[in-house]
Design a protein around this ligand. Structure first.
Ligand code: SAM
Length: 284
């Protein structure tokens, strides 16, 4: 791939997204995935893993604010946080803004992603240099299985369920997440798009809702993700994301607000029907 080419991401044999490439900054076949750092004409520098856009300078703030602040404001006093994946550092950057957080374990399987993002995506990778962050190169699957009753919030900021992330979307993993959480803990995972991944969202909800007493999908927009509509799944042992008294940022945000936090859980019927059979809990 070279300047002027199209970066193409295929969702189905008849649906592709493509971005005009301004520059190719780094290409590496790691032990886990094809790693590329490119500069797009419209969204700036971007991390691409196995042909899937992971994060871009142009819209990363939306995803990272919504995957971090929704769970961290839902928990009344989050101190210990685990991030699985998140090798671009953006989630860690947002988590560390919360004064109550004392320590973040961040477990990213691919050292090459960390190093490439530190070199080409300083805007997000700065999160990995925060003094609160304990950066571990390892498999999140194993880490979660080896830790019990330790975390207030767990954030699964993984790539899509292929390659190293395949095991991060099944019952065994979510049961280990439950055990790794403290008594009032909660977790969030990115679960792709309601337009292209309905079965995944339905299946994840069906499993998580048998493990956690509170299970609620929420939505945001991420222009550079498939269809632009992106879903997260929240599973909580005690606290509802719509509870009274949820705090608000004391720092400037570019997307997250308390109103957007609540609105994210108002599911349009086409999304609610993916989870209704299991009895979706919404704001109504
Ligand atoms: N925001 C992106 C998304 O929604 O697709 C995710 C970005 S982040 C770069 C995804 C990271 O998950 C990748 O760096 C990948 O190496 C990491 N990952 C995948 N499977 C993993 C596992 N089993 N343990 C730890 N990290 C994993």
């Amino acid at each position: 791939m070279k300047r002027g080419d199209w970066l193409i991401e295929e969702q189905t044999p008849s649906y592709q997204t493509r971005w005009r490439v301004k520059d190719v900054l780094h290409v590496e076949q790691t032990p886990y995935q094809l790693l590329r750092l490119v500069e797009m004409e419209d969204f700036g520098r971007a991390l691409v893993l196995d042909d899937a856009v992971q994060t871009t300078v142009g819209d990363e703030h939306i995803y990272h604010e919504m995957i971090a602040h929704v769970p961290l404001f839902t928990h009344p006093n989050p101190e210990r946080v685990l991030i699985i994946g998140g090798g671009d550092g953006g989630t860690a950057r947002e988590v560390c803004r919360h004064e109550s957080v004392t320590k973040v374990d961040m477990v990213e399987i691919d050292r090459a992603v960390i190093e490439a993002c530190k070199k080409y995506l300083p805007e997000t990778a700065c999160g990995m240099d925060h003094p609160k962050v304990n950066l571990v190169v390892g498999d999140g699957l194993k880490w979660v299985a080896d830790h019990t009753d330790e975390y207030d919030v767990i954030i699964v900021d993984s790539s899509d369920p292929v390659g190293p992330a395949t095991g991060l979307f099944n019952r065994a993993f979510y049961e280990n997440v439950y055990r790794a959480l403290k008594a009032e803990g909660l977790f969030v995972a990115q679960v792709l798009s309601p337009f292209f991944h309905q079965d995944l969202i339905r299946d994840v909800y069906g499993v998580v809702s048998t493990i956690f007493p509170i299970t609620m999908p929420y939505l945001t927009v991420v222009p550079t993700y498939p269809s632009g509509l992106h879903c997260f799944m929240l599973g909580s042992k005690k606290h509802s994301p719509l509870r009274e008294g949820i705090g608000k940022p004391s720092w400037p945000t570019r997307w997250y607000t308390p109103a957007i936090h609540r609105a994210a859980f108002e599911l349009p019927p086409m999304v609610a029907e993916l989870v209704e059979p299991a009895g979706v809990q919404t704001g109504q």
